[in-house]
Design a protein around this ligand. Sequence first.
Ligand code: WQD
Length: 338
Amino acid sequence: MRVLVSGGAGYIGSHTTLQVLAAGHDVVVVDNFSNAKPSVMARLEALAGQPIEVHGFDLTDRDKTEHLFATEQFDAVIHFAGFKAVGESVEKPLEYYENNLDSTFSLVRAMQRHGVKKLVFSSSATVYGEDAPVPMKEDFPTSATNPYGWTKVMIEQILRDVAVADPEMRIALLRYFNPVGAHPSGTIGEDPQGIPNNLVPFIAQVAVGRREHLNIFGDDYDTPDGTGLRDYIHVEDLAAGHVAALNRLGQVDDAVSTWNLGTGHGTSVKEMLAAFSRAVGRDLPYQVAPRRPGDIAASYADPSRANRELGWQATRTVDDMCADTWRWQSGNPEGYPS
Ligand code: WQD
């Protein structure tokens, strides 16, 4: 299949692009490079062993989006492009709603005009809201506690409604838990701009000397060691889940399918820090800090539907995640070159 990957220069998009290519599909990337460096594309091509067509524009530009679909023939779309920082979304709600929803409207309208029926959407476990029991299941109600999360809830609903209107659509809503890790080559990985919001890239920057110590946001949660539990999933396993979903869309009768992409296991902040220390070979400094507003104690998936229906299973361990992250970060202390 010829697959358009929106946000294909980003963290999850780049790793997924490689695996979609390795699965024998053709890939075209569109990315506005608002949260990715152009230098990633040369590394992707080196890893893929082939050139990768990339279009550098914003999907909210309807004319450019239409021109892309008019000049290229796509069989499917994987839609990663969007703003994704929780805290930033609270400060800039209108930017988040406008960008994430408008880019999706522009993309799906172009798909409809050009008869492209397969769509894999990058959703998030954040749609389970803050009161969901664990393990989280796909039939749980959805809600959010921040504008970023609401864009995911809203786009899922929009796509369900699009599928009712056009039953020929085959849409996969993939709910990621906590993506971490890097390609085993160490040449591509997570490269957050500014101070990392997320745990593992922050720990990685402590390990490489860019940050003084990790702040553990609360050690008084109702969890075994008092720190937050999350379902960390290796980005390579996550990418494989996208390939499995893409292939499955050619076989399912339902217009919309929802799958959790997680390991089904919760790992605490302290356990993750210990695992990263093992990867680096020394203890990493931390301080216990106040809880972060909006954080929940525990989040982890019931991945059984994806395991069963996609024939997909996360296989990489927390130690794999830390070893691969460390290989990327130690080889690229400042991330991708500008
Ligand atoms: C994990 C754990 C923190 C940083 C976020 C988004 C979610 C999704 C995944 C997009 C928590 C603790 C963190 C730090 C810490 N993104 N922590 N010190 O919050 O589970 O999910 O990323 O879809 O939408 O909300 O991930 O990595 O920020 O936090 O103690 O410096 O690490 O309290 O327990 P989170 P995270």
